[in-house]
Design a protein around this ligand. Structure first.
Ligand code: 5GP
Ligand code: MN
Length: 322
């Protein structure tokens, strides 16, 4: 297993980066680790954290204002820590620091991760990268602020301790973080459940316009660019729509996609019990987990839906043959 303490004792500059369009686990694991290194490794002169814009609701986290969204040219870092990213493309602009860094470490739980760093700590069974980060730290050196970040990450990636990736170990860790006096219900309510009125409206629209395929085993919903413009929403406002689709009775696979460019769609998939959506996403150049995955696809909306459902149908057929 990765010995993070040993790695950190050898370096004097560290960079932490997560994936593009950062989600709760990405933000929680990056900030939790950032706070831990800053506090417990004073000999490391430079600790930087790079992430794309994070949701406003996560700004309560300590040092969220220290996250850099600009990527200036600078001397190579001694150590690059890649968190919650399945491949180097997902690192976005921070990839340039990855390429230059003297040493690189990847900490991740995506099944599609092939191990792109010098040292790879990839545990697909783990609920979240935040859970993995917790396991690498000395619990005696954790502060309440670090606990808030890591708890948020675990709560988000488990759908608030609901998905099958949530294990007894996950709950034990969450319990220990809870015991540090964090406002656990407030964190979940404000960062996971609460939506702006615009988000509620676009969710309603997506549900209303959804369609059922394969006798109700697959639900699909698409938001076009003109609809996003009409409601005045950004891609970040569409988070959570696919989870809502997934909870429709009888559905095995939920697909949500939005037009990310001309003839280009960002696809999110969720499954309930047997379809491996990571396999489908990887087939189209994306990745993720068995029950939650995504990719970006080119073509018309109908082409994209057809191509996706053809792959999903194969898995439905395999299941009926068994
Ligand atoms: P979401 O649907 O919430 O955007 O993503 C679900 C899961 O799939 C997340 O763990 C996310 O990291 C992963 N994922 C989503 N889109 C992509 C993609 O384009 N490439 C890769 N490698 N993973 C993705
Ligand atoms: Mn994650």
């Amino acid at each position: 297993m990765l010995n993070l303490k040993l790695e950190l004792e050898k370096v004097s500059s560290v960079v932490i980066a997560g994936h593009i369009r950062p989600d709760g686990d990405c933000v929680g694991s990056c900030l939790g680790l950032y706070l831990y290194i800053k506090k417990n490794f004073p000999k490391i002169g430079t600790v930087d954290v790079y992430l794309e814009k994070i949701p406003d609701s996560m700004h309560f986290l300590k040092d969220s204002d220290q996250i850099s969204q600009e990527y200036p040219d600078r001397p190579p870092y001694d150590l690059f820590l890649a968190l919650d990213s399945g491949d180097t493309q997902r690192l976005g602009e921070a990839v340039k620091y990855f390429t230059e860094a003297k040493r690189t470490i990847c900490i991740d739980h995506h099944i599609s991760n092939k191990g792109f760093a010098d040292e790879n700590y990839i545990v697909p069974e783990a609920s979240s990268t935040s859970e993995l980060v917790y396991g690498l730290l000395d619990p005696a050196l954790l502060t309440k602020e670090m606990a808030e970040a890591l708890y948020m990450g675990i709560a988000h990636d488990t759908g608030v301790f609901q998905y099958s990736c949530c294990s007894p170990k996950t709950m034990e860790i969450a319990g220990k973080l809870m015991a540090m006096g964090i406002d656990f219900s407030g964190i979940v309510d404000r960062t996971f459940y609460q939506k702006s009125y615009l988000q509620v409206q676009i969710l309603g629209r997506a549900l209303l316009e959804s369609m059922m395929l394969f006798d109700g085993r697959c639900i699909v919903s698409v938001i076009r660019n003109k609809e996003m413009q009409f409601y005045g929403v950004t891609p970040a406002d569409l988070d959570g729509i696919v989870s809502q689709l997934r909870s429709t009775r009888g559905v095995e696979v939920a697909i949500f996609m939005y037009e990310s460019n001309v003839q280009e769609y960002k696809v999110s998939m969720r499954s309930n019990s047997f379809v491996d959506v990571s396999k489908v996403a990887s087939y189209f150049g994306g990745g993720g987990h068995v029950r939650a995955a995504g990719c970006t696809m080119q073509g018309s909306m109908h082409d994209v839906v057809n191509n996706l459902t053809r792959q999903i149908e194969k898995q439905f057929e395999q299941e009926t043959q068994q």
